[in-house]
Design a protein around this ligand. Structure first.
Ligand code: HEM
Length: 439
């Protein structure tokens, strides 16, 4: 059967059902890059925006925060989510004080304010700090992978050809939660609960996370309230027991322009770090395992030469491009590739498209674990808001991949991955069943 013809006027890159059933709209992004890399995208159910699909333009926009602001909309989403977000801000203001128009966290700020706020925690994420944690992450990864391998082996012994173990919950989610919780000084007995909250807050549109009779907004509220109460108790305990060298203590002791952070800011920053760190890394690990199982020749290369792990991680990041898009608002009129982006217009940067840009990546649809250079934008376009946790995510992924090398050749998929529905921001994998090959 011939693939349906795609036309600029009708192509769809925002339909979340499409992402769920058919995956990322690669062919649509290819067409946009080729014929309309700066494209005014106007469709029902969404506010119009400029779709930016080329690597060079994503870089330009990311590096010019004075032209493209973060203070308004941050990501392209449906109008229901925008309204839920606005009501959430009113509730937060009623609870903690301040105004619903205050930026929820530092992602919504522009320089110089952004840099001051980000600076409160950035020293916890430098390459030097990560390097110091390398052995520790390595040991944790070995431990998680060894437990995962036991579960897989026992499941095979018990169920034979019906064996199916969910990689996401048995392995991928473990290290990302553990690493960020450890850095923040969260007690280990609470890590599973923290993971559950982030999963629910990100996947609230999915009936699986909703209590019976609950709407998406009610689910968000319930888990948001539970998380806030937990957070307040943790802050209170840390203040009582004394501050330490951890992330949360940095937020509590930090000052911006001579004032301490408000309780609302502390709660929001902490939530940001946990949410941003958990979902993304977990999905990149799961997507990386899938990519290697789908490309046995690349897996063989990795097994034969484990020194390829750092390059393989970069290729996995490019290949999976877990973060789909971020949005900016033009501060003034800007000319880009002959189009005039008007002051106040939204621009949306599609990172997976930039990561398949044939002007930057030779043979972009080839998964090549030795690709070098690999100037991907999985963590953003190297601008003001470049991923704060990029070094952390890289070290976690390297540690897990390294520990998985002896296990992967004996593993196979036990079905198609189940994707997180209604997600246009992170291409989430909810469950991915794997099993040991019978020998
Ligand atoms: C593979 C894993 C990850 C991916 C693919 C990823 C991707 C991204 C992307 C695309 C951005 C937006 C960049 C921009 O606007 O220019 C971002 C921002 C951010 N990420 Fe990550 N991220 C990952 C892991 C993490 C981790 C582990 C943390 C831990 C704290 C984290 C914290 C953040 C924060 C706080 C921001 C906002 C930075 C700012 O606005 O200044 N991320 N990330």
């Amino acid at each position: 059967m011939n693939a349906p013809t795609i036309a600029l006027e009708t192509l769809d890159i925002t339909d979340t059902d499409r992402y769920l059933t058919r995956g990322y709209p690669w062919a649509e992004w290819d067409l946009l890059r080729r014929e309309a890399p700066v494209y005014w995208y106007e469709r029902p159910h969404h506010e119009p925006f400029w779709a930016i699909t080329k690597h060079e333009d994503v870089r330009f926009i990311s590096r010019h925060p004075e032209l493209f602001s973060n203070t308004q909309l941050l990501r392209m989403t449906d109008s229901e989510s925008v309204q839920i977000g606005q009501r959430g801000r009113v509730r937060a203001a009623n609870r903690f004080g301040g105004s619903p128009d205050d930026p929820p966290d530092f992602v919504f700020m522009d320089p110089p304010e952004h840099r001051t706020h980000r600076g409160l925690v950035s020293r916890h994420f430098t390459p030097r700090v990560m390097k110091r944690l390398e052995d520790h992450f390595g040991a944790m990864a070995e431990n998680y992978v060894s437990r995962f391998a036991d579960v897989v082996a026992n499941d095979l012994a018990e169920k034979g050809s019906q064996s199916a173990v969910d990689l996401v919950h048995t392995l991928s989610a473990k290290l990302p939660v553990a690493a960020i919780c450890e850095m923040a000084g969260v007690p280990e007995e609470d890590w599973d609960q923290i993971f559950h909250w982030t999963e629910t807050l990100v996947g609230a549109a999915d009936p699986e996370y909703q209590a019976p009779g609950e709407s998406r907004e009610q689910t968000l509220r319930r888990s948001g309230d539970e998380w806030t109460r937990y957070n307040e108790a943790l802050v209170e305990r840390r203040q009582r027991e004394g501050l330490g060298p951890d992330l949360l203590s940095s937020l509590l002791s930090g000052d911006v322009d001579g004032r301490s952070l408000s309780p609302r800011e502390i709660s929001a920053y902490f939530t940001l770090l946990l949410a941003a760190g958990n979902e993304t890394t977990r999905n990149s690990i799961t997507g990386g395992v899938k990519a290697l199982l789908d490309h046995p020749e690349e897996l063989e290369r990795l097994v034969a030469d484990p020194s390829l792990v750092p390059l393989a991680v970069e290729e996995i990041l490019r290949w999976t491009s877990i973060v789909i898009q971020f949005q900016r608002t033009a501060v003034e009129d800007v000319e880009l590739r002959g189009k005039t982006i008007r002051q106040g217009d939204s621009v949306v940067m599609w990172y997976p498209s930039a990561n398949r840009d044939e002007d930057v990546f030779p043979d972009p649809y080839r998964f090549d674990i030795g690709r070098d250079p690999n100037d991907h934008f999985a963590f953003g376009g190297y601008g003001e808001h470049f991923c704060l946790g990029a070094n952390l995510a890289r070290w976690e992924m390297r540690a897990i991949l390294h520990a998985l090398i002896p296990v992967l050749p004996r593993l196979e998929l036990a079905g198609e991955p189940e994707l997180v529905p209604r997600s246009l921001h992170v291409g989430g994998i909810k469950r991915m069943l794997v099993r040991a090959r019978a020998v």
